[in-house]
Structures are given as structure tokens and as C-alpha cells.
Write a protein that binds this ligand. Structure first.
Ligand code: AMP
Length: 426
């Protein structure tokens, strides 16, 4: 079987790594891939935002299945385009991907289907937003409607701050392009949790839960990033909570989408806040998370290809996944300066030694490969991931591996998983 993976980050490296383990897979291709992926799959040129590039590759290579990593091609309709041409592809259609690509769509959908979420208002103009602000207490949350790669959410401490953030979303100053709608939202307090399910449009199967660390600094300080680390452990939630989340969040979402004529297939990522009033959905994503995928797939013992096919063919069941009871931890190693400006092209060392450690895997994100050497090429460079029977050991093992890797100006958080193992965060 020939599999095509779309994307170039740590998530895609983890997908390639896991898909390749299937005894049914003979070849993995990736567009465009990165310096880690090219050591395990055939990388082909193309941009994941350019559907014509992707269609041309698929036409030429005739993969048996295409697996899409990032949200952008899904929100542009890659699944619709591939399916129309008879190419098997894993993920939601453009209409179903609105659960991620439009925050106002997601909020209104959740309200229609009684899915627990923060109270909110959708505003279509700056004037409306300024008037509506008065109905909220502070802190409050201001969200731009469309895809914003994590930059479209502002937690405002005052109404003035909220008004400024909202105005900058409408006039394009914040995100580079103007937003047509802005969502105002009640501020929720609690622990965040990433709860993902596999869906075939009707049935769902949960993945193991995980938690990511979005801020750049230890103790959750500083600006937001794409994600600085993640961990996964069964101790994060009990099985009764998983059942509740399946019945009150995942199933009503998938059933609601079907009833509205937008069958949802693929991974449904529910970003939750575990509040005093119970779990509430902060956001939906229409694909695997990054870097949660690195931690989660490290625990998957069954064949990922089987799960992907079950979603495409409408036969998802609980038994589609078999998980290790172990815990896992992924520490993201970044270029110094990220998420601001940083310098690329630094030579990395120590990767060969780390490759020999059992139960550790380094997933590459912003890296390139030249003359058998790896160089940095992005903000988030590596996701050093470890698995062990206890979370504490997985964390320690990931950090031991990180310390063996060197490049100029490398940066990583020192407290991934710290809260869950009861250590102080600094
Ligand atoms: P989102 O893209 O909607 O998940 O928002 C990104 C991040 O902003 C979340 O992971 C939370 O840390 C934070 N956030 C979003 N909505 C809220 C909310 N209603 N209350 C508190 N924090 C929030």
C-alpha cells in the first residue's frame, strides 16, 4: 500500500513514522516533508496550501490513501477535490472543516446542539462589538473568526483591551487580514485538555487524552506559540470522564454535523477547559494537534492505517485503537527567539546518539537535511518524545535525550508535564 502524507511539521513526521510501521504499507510519500521525514519517506515538492500541487502529485503517484496533517488544505476543500476524483483521503470535507475554520460557525453549532461551551456573542462590525462588550465581565476573550494559526485569540483583562483587540481584528492590524466577524466569549478557568476522537461520520472512537503547553516560557508565561510540548497519560482523566466526553461532546457533534448535511469524517479534536461547571469546548480542530500527536502516537500499539481506513469506509468502532498503558512526553526544541524572529541554518549534533535510546523518538519539524547532516530551518525544530510506564519517567527520559542534542541558540521549556507530576512549574 502506498500512503501520501501532506505537511511538513512534527505532527506529519509522527504520522509518517506510525503509518510506516503498518505491515500493509510498502511506501510512504510526503509533500513537502522536512529533514526528518526525508529519512523515512520519499519527500516530493509542493505546498500544502496549493491544492493544484497536491492534486498533481496524487494524480502522478496514485496513492492508496492520502492523510492530511494541517488544517489549511482541509479548510480549502482538499477532501472534496480528491474524493471527486476517486482518490481515497482521510479527513473532513470543506463544509465539515468549518468546525475549525470558522469560530462563529462552531459556536453557533454548539449552541444548536447543546454542546457545552463558554457563553459568547458573534459580532459583525466594530460598532456592534463595542456595544456588546458591555454585556461581559472581565477578563473576557476576543476571537477572530477564521483560521489564525493560534494568533486570533486574545484574553483581555479590561474592556479597553478587548475593544482594541476586536478593532484590530476587524481592521486587519492584528492578523494581517481583516476579520469579518469577531467572537466575544466568557473567560473560563480550569485545566485544558485535548480530547480527540476518530469519526466515520456516525461512530466515534476516542484517542488517549493529552495536554499541550502553548506558551513559550516556563510556568506558562510569555507569548503563545504553536506548542512547546505535550504529554499523554491515562491518569489525566478517568474512564467515566472519557465516557462523558464521548457522549456529551464527541457523539452530539458528529450527529449534529450529519443532521445538518455535513458528515464529519477524520479526526475531531476537541480542545476543552475542565471548569468547575464541567468540561466546556474551547475550540474544535479538524485534524491531529501538534505536538500532541507526537505524544499520542507514541502510545498507539495498533495499526494506524486500519484506523484511517475505518474512518474512510464507515466502520469505526472502539476496538479500532489499542493503546499502551504507558505515559509519553514530547519536549519541543525551538530556535532561540521563537515565536519572534530567529536565525535558521544551525547545524545540529547528537541526533544519532539519541536515535539509539529505546522508547525515545525525535520528530523533526523545522529541519532540513544536507550532506547527511541536519540543520535548523524553522521556529519549532524538533519534538523529542519519550514513553515510559510512569509520566515522571517519560518526562525525565525526554529531557535526558534533549540534553544530548546541541545547536546554537537552542531553546526548550524545562517544565513540560511538571504540573501533572506534582512538581513546581519552574
Ligand atoms: P482557541 O484557539 O479557541 O482554543 O484558543 C486558544 C487558547 O486561548 C486556548 O487554548 C485557551 O488557552 C485560551 N482560551 C480560548 N478561549 C478561552 C476561554 N473562553 N476562556 C479562557 N481561555 C480561553
Amino acid at each position: 500500500m502506498k500512503i501520501l502524507v501532506i505537511g511538513n511539521g512534527g505532527r506529519e513526521h509522527a504520522l509518517v513514522w506510525k503509518l510506516r510501521q503498518s505491515p500493509r504499507v510498502s511506501q510512504v510519500l510526503c509533500v513537502p516533508g522536512n529533514g526528518g521525514i526525508c529519512q523515512e519517506a520519499t519527500c516530493l515538492p509542493g505546498e500544502s496550501r496549493n491544492l493544484d500541487d497536491l492534486l498533481a502529485v496524487a494524480h502522478q503517484q496514485q496513492p492508496d490513501i492520502t492523510v492530511v496533517g494541517p488544517e489549511l488544505p482541509l479548510s480549502l476543500g482538499i477532501v472534496d477535490e480528491f474524493s471527486r476524483r476517486g482518490l481515497r483521503i482521510f479527513g473532513p470535507t470543506k463544509a465539515a472543516a468549518q468546525l475549525e475554520s470558522s469560530k462563529s460557525f462552531a459556536k453557533e453549532f454548539m449552541q444548536r446542539h447543546n454542546i457545552p461551551t463558554a457563553r459568547y456573542a458573534v459580532c459583525s462590525s466594530e460598532e456592534e462589538m463595542r456595544k456588546t462588550l458591555g454585556l461581559f465581565s472581565t477578563p473576557m476573550v476576543v476571537k477572530a473568526d477564521g483560521l489564525a494559526a493560534g494568533k486570533g485569540v486574545v484574553v483581555a483583562r479590561s474592556k479597553e483591551e478587548a475593544a482594541t483587540a476586536g478593532a484590530e481584528m476587524f481592521n486587519g492590524k492584528l492578523l494581517g487580514a481583516p476579520s469579518e466577524k469577531v467572537v466575544l466569549e466568557e473567560f473560563l478557568q480550569g485545566e485544558e485538555l485535548s480530547f480527540l476522537v476518530l469519526s466515520d461520520g456516525e461512530r466515534v472512537a476516542p484517542l488517549v487524552v493529552s495536554q499541550d503547553h502553548k506558551r513559550i516560557g516556563d510556568g506558562d508565561t510569555g507569548p503563545n506559540t504553536g506548542g512547546m510540548g505535550a504529554y499523554s497519560a491515562d491518569s489525566l482523566v478517568d474512564s467515566a470522564m472519557v465516557e462523558w466526553l464521548v457522549n456529551h461532546v464527541a457523539k452530539p457533534t458528529v450527529a449534529g454535523m450529519k443532521s445538518e448535511g455535513m458528515e464529519y469524517r477524520g479526526i475531531l479534536y476537541c480542545g476543552l477547559m475542565m471548569t468547575a461547571r464541567g468540561p466546556m469546548v474551547l475550540e474544535f480542530n479538524c485534524r491531529f494537534g501538534d505536538p500532541e500527536t507526537q505524544a499520542v502516537l507514541m502510545r498507539l500499539e495498533s495499526d494506524l492505517v486500519e484506523a484511517v481506513e475505518a474512518s474512510i469506509e464507515g466502520r469505526v468502532s472502539e476496538g479500532v485503537f489499542r493503546w499502551s498503558p504507558d505515559a509519553s512526553c514530547c519536549v519541543v526544541v525551538a530556535s532561540g527567539g521563537y515565536p519572534g524572529s530567529f536565525v535558521s541554518g544551525k547545524m545540529m549534533s547528537g541526533l544519532e546518539r539519541v536515535a539509539e535510546i529505546p522508547n525515545v523518538k525525535v520528530f523533526h519539524a523545522g529541519s532540513t537535511r544536507r550532506d547527511d547532516m541536519s540543520y535548523t530551518s524553522g521556529g519549532r525544530v524538533l519534538g523529542v518524545t519519550a514513553r515510559a510506564s510512569k509520566l515522571e519517567e517519560a518526562v525525565a527520559c525526554a529531557y535526558e535525550a534533549v540534553k544530548m542534542i546541541k545547536f546554537e541558540d537552542m531553546y526548550y521549556r524545562k517544565d513540560i508535564g511538571a504540573r501533572a507530576i506534582g512538581k513546581p512549574e519552574n
